[in-house]
Design a protein around this ligand. Structure first.
Ligand code: PMV
Length: 332
């Protein structure tokens, strides 16, 4: 009773991670793992945000008045206020704070955040936290977002993500706003008619040792001037899009994409060995998301292998394959 909740999905990148940062297109799919934010109102003037998503459980006490005073201010003024605001955040968390900053108004009560999206694994959990909180805090609360409001919602999620991660593409923001399979190039988002059926899986290799921001920065330092490489990525993503109605042809685009991701050094050796094993059996696989420029794990790996059943494959590879179910009907 009096409880509102909002949820937002995670995503996997089917083609074009990293190159999307340099203006190439990328294709992502929103998947059926979610962040859920539940609000239960109270008549105190505080907002308590409890989250089990971001590392250990956090309990953040926000003085409502204080935050509301910052809501409509420009970023410079927010920076001026930051110290004072951090004083009232027992465990300051920039993500929650930036999201609150973008919301229309803040209610009094308790927000509890839960997630079944693996964190730090290239599934866009931070964009999903932002999207779930924004929906909850918007004056329309958890009412269905109308289609004509989606561009505005997309911009808000993107803005919060930029504040949190620095420069990055709009791909996570697009996935949580629109759902389904999407092509994203700069700010342009186009839905694609792919229905991921049998043969699509993902598995988790463990949390990468470095954050998305660190890996993107490492790639930028070495390869930002290599327009030839980014053009090759773009061609592969275009080939993926062109074959989207004949999924049996998508394996070769995935293999080519994996090659390029190896070239830019974001596929750790043990993950690369697993992918080579899948290829030698006749399937295709690639990492999803930033990957890692050091360490042994890379987060999520996408597998396309229609001729094999997932149990046989899991046993042969020694990993746990999850069938990929896309979140079909728009994200909210
Ligand atoms: O690892 P993720 O899900 O944060 O994806 C990062 C995707 C990159 O292309 C590497 C970066 C970006 O901002 O698009």
């Amino acid at each position: 009773e009096n409880m509102l909740s909002a949820k937002a999905p995670g995503k996997l990148i089917l083609s074009g991670e990293h190159s999307v940062v340099y203006g190439a297109p990328a294709i992502a799919v929103a998947v059926n793992h979610y962040v859920t934010a539940t609000f239960s109102p109270s008549d105190t003037d505080t907002l308590i945000i409890t989250s089990s998503v971001l590392g250990q459980s956090r309990r953040t006490l926000v003085q409502l008045e204080h935050l509301v005073a910052h809501l409509d201010q420009r970023f410079e003024r927010f920076l001026l206020g930051e110290l004072a605001v951090q004083d009232v955040l027992q465990t300051p968390h920039d993500l929650l704070y930036y999201t609150a900053l973008q919301s229309d108004s803040l209610p009094s009560g308790t927000v509890t955040i839960h997630s079944d999206i693996p964190t730090g694994a290239g599934m866009g959990s931070s964009a999903a936290v932002i999207a779930a909180l924004l929906q909850l805090f918007q004056s329309s609360s958890c009412a269905q977002q109308r289609d004509d409001k989606k561009p505005e919602f997309f911009q808000k999620v993107k803005y919060c993500e930029r504040l949190q991660h620095g420069r990055g593409s709009a791909i996570d923001a697009a996935a949580v706003t629109y759902g389904g399979v999407l092509k994203v190039q700069a700010d342009k988002v186009t839905p694609l008619p792919l229905e991921l059926g049998d043969g699509w899986y993902h598995f988790h290799t463990g949390t990468p040792c470095c954050s998305t921001g660190e890996t993107v920065a490492a790639v930028r330092a070495k390869f930002s001037h290599r327009t030839d490489l980014w053009q090759q990525f773009a061609k592969i993503t275009q080939a993926f899009e062109a074959n989207i109605k004949q999924p049996s042809r998508l394996g070769s685009a995935m293999r080519a994409n994996h090659q390029l991701l190896q070239e830019i050094g974001v596929v750790p050796a043990p993950v690369s060995a697993l992918i080579a094993q899948i290829e030698s059996m006749g399937g295709a696989a690639k990492i999803c998301g930033a990957g890692a420029h050091q360490g042994e794990t890379a987060g999520q790996v996408l597998v396309y292998f229609p001729e094999q059943n997932s149990e046989t494959l899991s046993a042969q590879l020694g990993v746990c394959l999850t069938p990929l179910q896309q979140q079909l009907n728009g994200a909210h």
